[in-house]
Write a new protein. Structure first.
Length: 202
């Protein structure tokens, strides 16, 4: 059995500004650094065989805090990155609503009807993320694995495993900064054990 501990990166400067990140990046805020430090303390008694991380800077920064002085192999994966948001990346929600309100409202309110033109589709994110998890499970088939990724990517993974439609992508529970989602892979079966745990922040 492979047990995945899926962690969303800590809060970033662009998160504070309600600015869309996607494949662009911003550093962790002071709050985001503190979130990651609290999670490191929470995970100190957990053993991991390996760590896999989105290649985005905010995920790497979070991972480095979580790993600390552990002697743990870290692998960076482009396929664990956030959804690609095209021309929306780097813009605030207010900016996007002023120039592309119709598409953005469909993306947020009717995701199953959203047609990805300048962005990546939810289906494409799901495909690359699930492929990566399966690949990791083949390599670490009886281990705990730490993963740092992003909110939409983690939600896509959960939707796929739970058999939910894209219409449910924004439904709670939410994936907050440094939340922990635990998934098990037993032979060919997936099991969701916990979603978006933030006990370490309380």
């Amino acid at each position: 059995m492979t047990t995945f501990y899926l962690v969303r990166h800590g809060k970033t400067m662009w998160n504070k500004e309600h600015r869309m990140q996607g494949w662009l990046d911003s550093p962790l805020s002071e709050e985001g650094i503190l979130q990651a430090e609290k999670l490191r303390e929470h995970l100190k008694d957990f053993s991991f065989a390996a760590a896999f991380c989105s290649s985005s800077g905010r995920a790497k920064e979070t991972m480095h805090i979580l790993v600390g002085d552990r002697q743990l192999p870290i692998h960076y994966e482009d396929d664990l990155r956030e959804i690609f948001l095209g021309e929306w990346q780097g813009k605030t929600v207010e900016d996007i609503m002023a120039t592309n309100r119709f598409d953005y409202e469909i993306y947020k309110n009717y995701p199953a009807q959203y047609v990805a033109t300048h962005t990546e589709s939810f289906g494409a994110v799901t495909e690359r993320a699930m492929f990566t998890l399966k690949k990791i499970a083949q390599q670490y088939h009886d281990d705990n694995v730490l993963i740092v990724s992003h909110s939409v990517t983690i939600k896509c993974i959960l939707n796929a495993i739970l058999g939910q439609s894209i219409a449910q992508i924004w439904a709670p529970p939410f994936i907050d900064g440094t939340s922990v989602t635990i998934i098990e892979r037993v032979e060919q079966q997936w099991h969701v054990k916990e979603i978006g745990n933030i006990h370490h922040l309380q």
